[in-house]
Design a binder for this molecule. Structure first.
Ligand SMILES: [Zn+2]
Length: 269
């Protein structure tokens, strides 16, 4: 079952190296130019064998999973779900991390792709129908105009590739942090913050140059935190990368603000 789901979806996968269509041979996917990929028994395909190791650790993903499962992002997930068609055919989560969002936003067929093998292994744990792929955003292993919804949540984008794989009437849903996002952690970091003034207007204008921006939905909420959740938040956010999180006063973190914007966009015709 774990490899079969890839063979059943072979028509909308394509070789990430040369772009040719795949055929199945035994337990492998192979293209006309001889590039071969073997779905792992663990339920994912490694499409980026030469990828550099990511700096995202397993501990980070496990913290993130606990936070998502505790419901901190439920309002965000509801907003994304409302912006999706009722029964989406093919959903691609580009930069899916550990897949917690992906599982809650799945369509009939869903691909979760991330460059981090650790994240994809964590996502694939427990099986299920989602096609998990270690892969590069800039070379998606997906055929042209096959995808109904591209999700791009807290992740870098590659708009030319998103445009290529989306159906002409497909939807791009991009989630970006807003000014108040995790402001309590910013306050705790003080002058150790690398980018004290965060603005996503550059992100918005870059997206608008390549897609037709249809709507922007802002979600802002503040939640109380337990001490364990405070530590999970400190561990999972890129804000603290490069800082020993033990040196931060997690006990001072009693609440957390989620402030994000969902950008809803359509491919340019
Ligand atoms: Zn190939």
């Amino acid at each position: 079952m774990s490899a079969e789901k890839f063979f059943n979806s072979i028509s909308f996968l394509r070789c990430p190296i040369c772009g040719a269509a795949f055929s199945q041979s035994g337990a492998s996917l192979f293209c006309a130019n001889g590039h071969t990929f073997d779905p792992s028994r663990k339920g994912y395909v490694h499409f980026a064998p030469n990828a550099a190791p990511s700096h995202y650790s397993r501990a980070l993903f496990e913290s993130r999973r606990r936070i998502l499962e505790a419901g901190f992002y439920d309002a965000v997930i509801d907003a994304i779900r409302s912006a999706m068609p009722n029964h989406p055919g093919v959903v691609l989560d580009a930069g899916c991390g550990d897949g917690t969002f992906t599982k809650r936003l799945a369509g009939e067929t869903t691909v979760g792709l991330d460059l981090s093998k650790d994240a994809i292994q964590l996502a694939a744990r427990g099986g299920g129908p989602i096609l998990w792929a270690v892969g590069d955003l800039t070379r998606l292993p997906i055929a042209d105009e096959t995808v109904d919804v591209v999700l791009n949540l807290f992740s870098p984008a590659h708009y030319a590739e998103f445009q290529r794989v989306l159906k002409p009437d497909g939807t791009l849903l991009k989630l970006v942090p807003q000014a108040g996002y995790l402001c309590e952690i910013r306050a705790l970091m003080g002058d150790r913050l690398r980018n004290p003034q965060y603005s996503n207007e550059a992100v918005v204008s870059h997206l608008s140059g390549q897609f037709r921006l249809e709507n922007r939905v802002r979600i802002t909420e503040t939640h109380p935190l337990t001490p364990e959740q405070a530590e999970d938040f400190l561990r999972m956010t890129p804000l603290t990368f490069g800082t020993e999180t033990q040196t931060l006063d997690a006990d001072a973190l009693k609440k957390i603000t989620i402030d994000v914007e969902l950008l809803i966009a359509k491919p340019n015709q």
